[in-house]
Ligand binder design. Structure first.
Ligand SMILES: *[C@@H]1O[C@H](CO)[C@@H](O)[C@H](O)[C@H]1NC(C)=O
Length: 165
């Protein structure tokens, strides 16, 4: 009973102090989404696992503002290479979704991308998206087993922590 009252009275306080953004993450002030990345090169599958483990998903880029925010961040810290983007079409070709299953409507494709259709002769299935710093951060679809840097995102509104007090 005391715990229940505590949660009701101090729930907001707890919410604030248990913000999900991990240490050394950086937050887009416009969207409130915070990002964290690991420069080690990993598969999209491994990236997903590590993001989910810490309460996030592979980095969401819901709109152009988010794309520009990330570009500026990675340029300012001098990161170079490919970075997994939180979009895949694993379940159905060209049905692009975030890694927690929501439809994706924003894209920053390189010209000619996406090009990984399994029905194209000789094509490799490419169900996971990455952006490339050396290509003005444009996106390509890539095999999920390729190795790129891992970007995770976190939203404080997805907190499930109140019960855990
Ligand atoms: C992402 O990782 C979680 C946790 O390991 C797993 O349950 C989920 O199936 C993974 N998603 C995909 C699309 O592989």
């Amino acid at each position: 009973m005391f715990i229940l009252v505590f949660i009701i009275v101090f729930g907001d306080l707890v919410y604030e102090t248990r913000a999900l953004c991990p240490a050394s993450s950086f937050t887009n002030p416009d969207s409130g989404i915070c990002y964290w990345y690991n420069p080690s090169l990993v598969t999209a599958t491994a990236c997903n696992t590590s993001c989910v483990l810490n309460g996030g998903i592979i980095g969401e880029i819901p709109d152009e503002n988010s794309q520009l925010f990330l570009m500026q961040h990675f340029q300012s810290v001098g990161v170079t290479g490919g970075i997994w983007v939180g979009v895949n079409d694993i379940d159905a070709e060209l049905n692009f979704r975030t890694w927690d299953g929501y439809p994706q409507s924003y894209f920053n494709w390189r010209l000619g991308q996406p090009n990984g259709y399994p029905l194209d002769a000789g094509a490799t299935e490419q169900d996971c998206m990455a952006m490339f710093t050396t290509d003005n951060f444009r996106w390509q679809d890539k095999p999920c087993g390729d190795n790129y840097m891992c970007l995770c995102s976190y939203r404080s509104c997805k907190l499930k922590i109140i019960i855990a007090i």
